[in-house]
Design a protein around this ligand. Structure first.
Ligand code: FAD
Ligand code: SIN
Length: 546
């Protein structure tokens, strides 16, 4: 089955939805998403969106905080552009109906740029986090989806998982897609999970908005969709990817066997919450003058060090001193969620541990979200724009996705006007001679093994020996997946496993390459930052396969 549209968007988080709403003004849009439309990292975002509104804050201060957090690897032009476009993008969200919190109860029904309540998070020198209680992402996702539903130029395909991008030189044989580098993108093969069949989506412009890759790690704040599909698909198609060693571990996820690493927002520390050890002693002053509001890399490593020293299973986050009324009003979702697991945060500290949260690297783009394959754009967590450098500043991710979806949409609409598009003859998906697998165990075993080896060997603190071990194992796993993929019918678990393995391999390769410690990448063999040799991005490109 073949579906043609002007724009194909892969992913329904903030990046994909915002882009869709904009480009639908000039063309038809097919938006594929692998589960329900709301299921995305965006939907779970808590703290908010960083932006500058009022004195004593300034663009310079936000730029400076972003550059400091990025530890020498941000692109200063990108940082300045994103920061300065922030207020306009927040205004747009308000116009779409997002109910951000306002300064006082009286004006709570009409948020505008003057009356927004601004929270604080680690690494920010000012209060500048716009938020909708402690469920900002859900409020944004809900508002955008309701706009999408009203738009008859946008068709949303839920439960459709993209397998591979199609470029003009794509040749496909039993699931193996080969492409050349001198190419343009013209769509994607997509697996319809409800009908168990592969469809060919042909498009003039394609957007990767597939989000992050937290599921590469055993413990993550991310939902199940975050398997790095866009990064893996982009890499296979021949895009450049970069900086994948910079995986951000969020310092505070709830420690409970059933909590699936539920995030306890950094906004809790922004409102005065303190990290303490099992003896009730605060420890962050030993690590950074900013204490509990230091950047995330510092706080996550501090917790890791404390846990290794004490042998405890978690540290604790205490905000009970702020009182019941304040906590229930500011963090209604966190309060309820913690209560479900038996913790009353108004009365007691919460047990917390770090978990994989955000990937700073991804498919590289220019300032308009263009990748180095023509007519292929990437926006959001799947992209590497130069904003985050070696460590993303808290709440700069939703901001980046908003700014770049706006810019990429403008560029893509221009492309559509400028170029004469002729769809090349696209080979249909070839399922001949593949059979149903009787060895599903390979899939579940390798899922588990990848996530465990990444946690143990490529986690918060790395060493050459651990990275070598990880590389040896991932090569065996990649080979097994390759052989299996060749023989058996495709399933969504297999598609995700293949992507997970590719992204794990890319993270290991980048981490092995960087012989220094910077931002989120810490190697005990090279504990210092080395600007002479390593103040540069780690860039990878798939070898040309012919
Ligand atoms: P996502 O929102 O993850 O959307 C990706 C979409 O792509 C999903 O719909 C997914 O199903 C789909 N998809 C993936 N692969 C495929 C495929 N192969 N085929 C079809 N569809 C596919 N950032 C902030 O700035 N502020 C915060 O307060 C904040 N809090 C966070 C809290 C949590 C718990 C988490 C996990 C993240 C948080 N972040 C926060 C990070 C931020 O939410 C994400 O980086 C951002 O939402 C990414 O948006 P996106 O549109 O790029 O990707
Ligand atoms: C949080 O609320 O702590 C998450 C913020 C972010 O990841 O930017």
């Amino acid at each position: 089955m073949k579906i043609e549209s002007d724009f194909l968007i892969i992913g329904s988080g903030v990046a994909g939805l915002m882009f869709a709403l904009k480009v639908a003004k000039v063309g038809t849009v097919a938006l594929v998403t692998k589960k329900s439309a709301t299921e995305s990292n965006t939907n779970y975002a808590q703290g908010g969106i960083a932006s500058v509104f009022d004195k004593p804050d300034s663009y310079d201060a936000h730029i400076d905080d972003t550059l400091k957090s990025g530890d020498g690897l941000c692109d200063p032009d990108v940082v300045a552009m994103v920061v300065k476009d922030g207020p306009a993008r927040i205004r747009e969200l308000i116009e779409f109906g997002v109910q951000f919190n306002t300064k006082s109860a009286q004006d709570s029904s009409i948020p505008n740029l003057e009356n927004l309540d601004l929270g604080r998070e680690g690494g920010h020198s000012q209060n500048r986090i716009v938020h909708a209680q402690d469920m900002t992402g859900e409020a944004v996702e809900r508002a955008l989806i309701s706009q999408i539903k009203k738009n008859n130029r946008i068709t949303v395909y839920e439960n459709h998982i993209a397998i591979d991008l199609i470029t003009c030189s794509t040749r496909v044989k039993r699931g193996f897609v080969t492409t050349t580098h001198e190419d343009y993108c013209c769509g994607a093969y997509v697996f319809d999970r409800s009908q168990s069949r592969v469809k060919t989506f042909c498009s003039k412009i394609t957007l990767l908005a597939t989000g992050g890759a937290g599921k590469v790690y055993l413990y993550t704040s991310n939902p199940d969709i975050a398997t790095g599909d866009g990064i893996a698909m982009g890499y296979r198609a021949g895009t450049t990817v970069a900086n994948l060693e910079f995986v951000q571990f969020h310092p505070t996820c709830l420690y409970h066997p059933d909590a699936k690493n539920f995030l306890i927002s950094e906004a809790v520390r922004g409102e005065g919450g303190r990290l303490i050890d099992s003896q009730g002693k605060p420890f962050m002053e030993k690590y950074d003058p900013l204490k509990d509001l230091a950047c995330r890399d510092v706080v996550a490593r501090a917790i890791d060090t404390e846990l290794k020293k004490s042998g405890d299973e978690s540290v604790f986050l205490d905000i009970s001193h702020k009182g019941e009324a304040f906590i229930k009003n500011r963090f209604p979702n966190l309060y309820q969620k913690a209560l479900q697991f038996g913790f009353d945060m108004t009365q007691e500290p919460l047990p917390v541990v770090p978990a994989a949260h955000y990937i700073c690297g991804g498919v590289t783009t220019d300032m308009e979200g263009r990748t180095d394959i023509r007519h292929l754009y990437a926006v959001g967590e799947a992209a590497c724009t130069g904003l985050h450098g070696a460590n993303r500043l808290a709440s700069n991710s939703l901001l980046e996705a908003l700014v770049y979806s706006h810019r990429a949409a403008a560029a893509a609409m221009e492309d559509l006007k400028k170029f004469q598009f002729n769809f090349p003859v696209i080979s249909p998906w070839d399922e001949m001679s593949t059979t149903d697998s009787d060895e599903q165990i390979m899939v579940s075993h390798n899922w588990d093994e990848i996530r465990r080896l990444m946690w143990n060997y490529v986690g918060i603190v790395r060493s050459d020996k651990r990275l070598e071990r990880a590389k040896r194992r991932i090569e065996i796993i990649l080979k097994e997946i390759h052989d299996y993929y060749w023989d058996f019918k495709i399933t969504s678990d297999l598609i995700e496993l293949r992507n997970l393995a590719t992204v794990a391999d890319l993270i290991i390769t980048c981490a092995t390459h960087r012989k220094e410690s910077r931002g989120l990448h810490y190697n005990i063999e090279y504990p210092e930052r080395n600007d002479n040799l390593w103040q540069k991005d780690t860039i990878l490109r798939r070898p040309f396969l012919g």
